[in-house]
Design a protein around this ligand. Structure first.
Ligand code: SF4
Length: 365
C-alpha cells in the first residue's frame, strides 16, 4: 500500500530529455515537501546518497576578461579592484593540484578568465592538463569559448571535463551578458561533446531572473540529449551562488530533470548553514568545491567541510562516473498539486551589475 494516496502525475523514474519548459516550471511550483521527497527518491535511484563528489578549483589566469558577465569580478567591464594576472606556469599549477589531491579532492579544475582560448596558449595548457592527469586526478578546465580543433587538443592532452556555463535561461541571457550569445555557449558545449569530453554546465541564481528563467536554464540542460544519447548523465550541474532556498529550489528541480547528473553546490556555500546544505544533499546535490579558495572568492576550507561530512555521515566520492542505466530503472515517484517555493534575492553590491556575492565562483568562463 502506498503511503501517499495522491495520484502520480509525472513519472520521474527514468531520465527524460523531452521536458517542456512549462513542465519544468511546474516542478518549481510543486509542494516543497513533495519536491524534497521526489528529488531524494530520484537521487537514491542513481547515486549513493552518502557520497559527495569533491572538486578543487584554481584560477590559473585571473582578471582582465573581455566578456561582460554581469556577476563576475574578473570582467574588465567592471571596476572591481581585481588585478589582472598572467597565465600561471604549468609547474605551479601541477603543484597546486598535488596539494588539492592531498587535501581530498578527486577532480582538479583549472579556470582562466578569457573570452576564448588562444591557440598560442594551448601547448602550455596541454602540459598542465597532462601533469594533473598524471597525478591520478580527474581534470577539468574552463577556458572560455573553444573551436572544435581546440576541444580535440584538450581531450588529447587528458582533459576529462570542460566547464562552460549557460548562466541562466535563454530569455534572460541578454540581461546578464551582451558580449556573446546563448548559441555561442551551446556551440562550444557541442564541440566539447564531439571531442569526447564530458561537460560541466550550470548557472547562477539570484540575478533578478524569474522562476521561468530558472526553469529555462534547467530546461536547456535537460534538452541536451537531443540525439538520444545520455549525455546529460555525464553532465554535472553547477548550482552557483546558492543563497538558501534559491539554490535549494534549483537543486531540487535539477535532480528531477537531470537525474543522472552530478549536481554541485558551487559559490556561496559559505553563506549556507549546515542545515541548508544538509537539505540540499538530501534532495540530490552531490558535488561541492573543496578548499578555501574558489577563483576569486572564499570557500569553506578543508576543516569546515570535514566537520560537515562527519556531522552528516557523508564521504567523498571516489570516482564521479555516471551511474549506468540498467533493467528495472523504473520506479513510481508520487507527486501532486502546485504551490509556491519561496525564493530570496542576494544583497545588492555597488560594483557588479547583479550584486553577486560570489565573484565568478559560480559563473565560470
Ligand atoms: S564569467 Fe568568465 S567569461 Fe564571464 S567575465 Fe567572468 S571570466 Fe570572463
Amino acid at each position: 500500500m502506498s503511503l501517499d494516496p495522491r495520484p502520480s502525475t509525472l513519472d520521474l523514474s527514468i531520465p527524460r530529455h523531452d521536458w517542456t519548459l512549462t513542465e519544468v516550471e511546474a516542478l518549481f511550483a510543486r509542494p516543497f515537501m513533495d519536491l524534497v521527497f521526489e528529488a531524494a527518491t530520484v537521487h537514491r535511484r542513481w547515486f549513493d546518497p552518502s557520497e559527495v563528489q569533491t572538486s578543487q578549483l584554481l584560477s590559473i589566469k585571473t582578471g582582465g576578461c573581455a566578456e561582460n558577465c554581469g556577476y563576475c569580478s574578473q570582467s574588465a567591464a567592471f571596476d572591481t579592484g581585481l588585478k589582472a594576472e598572467k597565465l600561471m606556469d604549468a609547474t605551479a599549477v601541477i603543484a597546486e593540484a598535488m596539494a588539492a589531491k592531498a587535501g581530498g579532492a578527486s577532480r582538479f579544475c583549472m579556470g582562466a578568465a578569457w573570452r576564448e582560448l588562444k591557440d598560442r596558449d594551448t601547448p602550455k595548457l596541454a602540459t598542465m592538463i597532462a601533469g594533473v592527469k598524471a597525478l591520478g586526478l580527474e581534470t577539468c578546465a574552463t577556458l572560455g569559448m573553444l573551436t572544435a580543433d581546440q576541444a580535440r587538443q584538450l581531450k588529447d592532452a587528458g582533459l576529462d571535463y570542460y566547464n562552460h556555463n549557460l548562466d541562466t535561461g535563454p530569455d534572460y541571457y541578454a540581461d546578464v551578458v551582451t558580449t556573446r550569445t546563448y548559441q555561442d555557449r551551446l556551440d562550444t558545449l557541442e564541440h566539447v561533446r564531439s571531442a569526447g569530453m564530458k561537460t560541466c554546465c550550470g548557472g547562477i541564481v539570484g540575478m533578478g531572473e524569474s522562476r521561468r528563467d530558472r526553469a529555462g536554464l534547467l530546461h536547456a540542460l535537460a534538452q541536451d540529449d537531443v540525439d538520444g544519447r545520455l549525455k546529460l548523465g555525464r553532465q554535472p550541474v553547477d548550482v552557483g551562488h546558492p543563497t538558501g532556498q534559491q539554490a535549494l529550489g534549483l537543486a531540487l528541480v535539477a535532480r528531477l530533470v537531470c537525474p543522472r547528473a552530478m549536481v554541485r553546490l558551487s559559490a556561496g556555500r559559505e553563506g549556507m548553514s549546515a542545515e541548508m546544505q544538509a537539505l540540499c544533499f538530501l534532495a540530490g546535490a552531490n558535488s561541492i568545491f573543496v578548499g578555501g579558495r574558489l577563483l576569486t572568492t572564499s570557500n569553506p576550507g578543508e576543516d569546515a567541510d570535514a566537520a560537515l561530512f562527519a556531522l552528516l555521515d557523508l564521504r567523498p566520492m571516489a570516482l564521479a562516473s555516471p551511474p549506468p542505466l540498467g533493467e528495472g530503472d523504473r520506479e513510481a515517484v508520487e507527486g501532486a498539486s502546485p504551490t509556491g517555493v519561496v525564493w530570496t534575492e542576494p544583497p545588492p553590491s555597488p560594483s557588479l551589475r547583479y550584486g553577486s556575492t560570489s565573484p565568478n565562483g559560480g559563473g565560470l568562463a
